[in-house]
Design a protein around this ligand. Sequence first.
Ligand SMILES: [Zn+2]
Length: 188
Amino acid sequence: MVYLTISTGVGGGVVLDGRLYRGSSGNGGELGHVTVDWDGRACRGCGRRGCLEAYVSGTSIAERAREAIRADGNSSLASLADPTAADVAAAAEAGDALAHSVWSETVNALACGLTSIVNLFEPELVVIGGGVARTGEQLLGPVRKRVREDAMKPAGEAADIVASALGDRVGVVGAAAIVHERAAAFSA
Ligand SMILES: [Zn+2]
């Protein structure tokens, strides 16, 4: 399975054959830095361009909305001092054209990055968590459809893309699971 947290940044985790994949130094599974546009927006997390994180993080959604408002002030978001990703999602849902365009770009970037990830691992399950995932099917519905269409045949059909059921407890439950796993290995 693959986990993606979409929050102020984008983090990830990969469970391969029942075990968390750590990589050679413990940082394996940095899925937020999969490239979706090699000449794209600067990524604050790693300094490269066009990472998934540079488009779909809550920070980037808000930033892209501010840029669009500066270029074309015609949006319900223009009346807000500091529109957040949640404001963009709500305005897009309410039919605001500028917010809809920012949201569509978010959906496209996430579908693009996830398609590469799904092709790479052919996971059974893709779980999406983090604050931006609270928009639920507004995000996951179109992303699920695109990944199913765009991914290689068996991979796209096998991957179930769902919202995290653990909500904000996901980090502490994960930490507890690691302690449990290490304690079990130690006592074995
Ligand atoms: Zn990056």
